[in-house]
Design a protein around this ligand. Structure first.
Ligand code: NDP
Length: 242
């Protein structure tokens, strides 16, 4: 049932849900490898968690680059001798209406939110198979279940995360896969929105937002289950609605 000593790699650990998950799992004595592009943030977080008794390493990571994700997972294995869990959390959400034709933003969401998860599977799956066990925790969203105005492409990427997650689950009896789908959570996610209307709408949601530790607890719940239990899917929303 323990999280203690599990080797867990987290993408997008420099802020928000990834950072909150690192904090909780470090306190539960997991061995962590943190990845993101802002290494100054990762260094400060790792220093803080290690000073409190944690076992936390970090590495610069761009999940859109398959070779970089491979190097990140290889570094995790080199540092700790194995990898038990990959939390594919890195994501972007530059919401906009389709008629704004922010096509470059569509591409960036596809590259980070979909390709990033696929690159993680490509890197970790062979190692999980060699070990005879492993656990993918993939962060989708309530946007992975329905589409609101300005959310079409973002939702498409999060629907894709759910479909992609079911693949390894159906194909392998020795691999666990968990989809965690948050509702609104306080983080830096809305900072990538360049369309004024979409940004203003997201501001309203801040009044009801959960803090990242709520999602971290859901991830910890899935990770701490015995090896023969696969928590398939967790949807975690604020009690309050808008
Ligand atoms: P944040 O913006 O706070 O965190 C996003 C993280 O992703 C950052 O650490 C960022 O690090 C990282 N990231 C972005 N691009 C890349 C990249 N190319 N390579 C590596 N890391 C990258 O937002 P959240 O914590 O909210 O988001 C985490 C996940 O949760 C996302 O997948 C998001 O879609 C999902 N989610 C969030 C919800 C919310 O309300 N907050 C609701 C539902 C789902 P850096 O910039 O340093 O690379």
């Amino acid at each position: 049932m323990a999280i203690e000593n599990k080797v867990i790699a987290i993408t997008g650990a420099s802020s928000g849900i990834g950072e909150g998950t690192a904090r909780l799992l470090a306190a539960r004595d997991a061995k962590l490898m943190l990845g993101a592009r802002r290494t100054d943030r990762l260094a400060a977080l790792a220093d803080e968690l290690n000073a409190a008794g944690g076992t936390v390493a970090f590495r610069a990571l761009d999940v859109t680059d398959r070779a970089d994700v491979e190097a990140f997972i290889a570094a995790t294995q080199a540092e700790f001798g194995r990898i038990d869990v990959l939390v594919s959390n890195a994501g972007l959400m530059p919401l906009s209406r389709f008629d704004s034709l922010k096509v470059e933003e569509w591409d960036r969401m596809i590259d980070v939110n979909i390709r990033g998860v696929l690159h993680g599977i490509a890197a970790a799956l062979p190692r999980f198979k060699a070990q005879g066990s492993g656990h993918f925790v993939n962060i989708s969203s309530i946007g992975g279940y329905r589409v609101w105005p300005t959310c079409g492409v973002y939702s498409a990427t999060k629907y894709a995360v759910r479909a992609i997650s079911d693949g390894p689950r159906m194909e392998h009896d020795d691999i666990r896969v968990t989809i965690v789908s948050p509702g609104v959570v306080e983080s830096e996610l809305a900072s990538t929105i360049t369309e004024a209307g979409a940004a203003a709408a997201m501001e309203d949601f801040r009044a009801i937002a959960l803090t990242p530790d709520a999602i971290a607890r859901a991830i910890a719940y899935a990770v701490e289950q015995p090896d023969d239990v696969d928590v398939n899917e967790l949807i975690v929303r604020p009690v309050r609605t808008m």
